[in-house]
Design a protein around this ligand. Structure first.
Ligand SMILES: NC(=O)C1=CN([C@@H]2O[C@H](COP(=O)(O)OP(=O)(O)OC[C@H]3O[C@@H](n4cnc5c(N)ncnc54)[C@H](O)[C@@H]3O)[C@@H](O)[C@H]2O)[C@@H](O)CC1
Ligand SMILES: [K+]
Length: 246
């Protein structure tokens, strides 16, 4: 299947229109569906087996960045908890811009999801043991990332590059550090085991290592007419699914 991709510029325009006065989605609505779809993609790739419940004892280590990509990660963590997984969230730089990020954090507290923050910048790796971890969710940066990466994120990404052969990485929308349009442009870069593109894949998704990376589309919130207006066909999600493997 040939997959349509949209540039970073067009992705931002799509977002703007979805949340504009005519359609009127709120960011919280879209983020909830985006994070829900990420959690569902994880259930597909790392299913909890009825006979072997060992995954329930392991952690899903979610790293949330300061923007909306990070917000998707906070939402995904909550749904993962409800799906029977054991998320731990590392949220090193909390956004003050949108009050609802604080609400997302309160909801994680409510669900007793452990939360690491800036104070854990030196010891977050202590919570990330190969034998105890199902996967790492890379919700650090999405389509608004502009290099070069500022602290503490470059150090975090360097550690992920070292770990990726031991613990699978699940990247939300964009593998963090990749250029949205040109893909991996740095010497060392994350190569995720699973990429969940939101709404429509961005051009960087064509640079994934197809032998290693499963690619899902999620964020099921647009109509055929809307997709066509932006020059792509909607994805054929099945039934009530929030993700589609592409
Ligand atoms: N329509 C969609 O597809 C939706 C997308 N959402 C998510 O929103 C993401 C885009 O969110 P945003 O526009 O908030 O952007 P990002 O989350 O990609 O990043 C923006 C944040 O990163 C910081 N930042 C950028 N470059 C940096 C650098 N070099 N070093 C350190 N910090 C840096 C900015 O200061 C800002 O806080 C998408 O990728 C997707 O994950 C969803 O939340 C909602 C719906
Ligand atoms: K990401």
């Amino acid at each position: 299947m040939s997959i349509k991709v949209v540039s970073s510029k067009l992705a931002a325009e799509i977002d703007k229109e979805l949340m504009g006065p005519h359609i009127g989605f709120t960011l919280q609505q879209l983020m909830e569906l985006a994070g829900f779809s990420v959690a569902q993609a994880i259930t597909r790739e790392f299913p909890i087996n009825k006979a072997d419940q060992s995954l329930r004892k392991k952690n899903v280590f979610v790293i949330a960045g300061p923007g909306n990509n990070g917000g998707d990660g906070l939402v995904a963590a909550r749904h993962l908890k409800l799906f029977g997984y054991n998320p731990i969230v590392y949220y090193p730089k909390r956004s003050e811009k949108q009050p609802f990020y604080k609400q997302l954090v309160n909801q994680l507290d409510f669900f007793k999801v452990p939360l690491l923050s800036q104070e854990d910048n030196d010891n977050w790796m202590d919570y990330l043991k190969e034998e105890d971890t199902v996967c790492i969710v890379d919700a650090i940066f999405g389509f608004s990332f502009k290099p070069p990466m500022r602290p503490p994120f470059q150090d975090i990404v360097d550690k992920l590059v070292e770990l990726e052969d031991k613990i699978p990485i699940v990247s939300v929308d964009i593998p963090t550090g990749w250029d949205v349009d040109q893909g991996p442009i740095t010497e060392r870069f994350i190569s995720p085991s699973l990429l969940v593109s939101l709404t429509v894949p961005k051009p960087c998704s064509t640079f994934i290592n197809k032998k290693k990376t499963s690619h899902y589309i999620g964020g099921r919130f647009i109509s055929r007419e809307f997709a066509n207006k932006f020059g792509f066909e909607p994805f054929n999600y099945e039934s009530t699914d929030q993700v589609l493997k592409i």
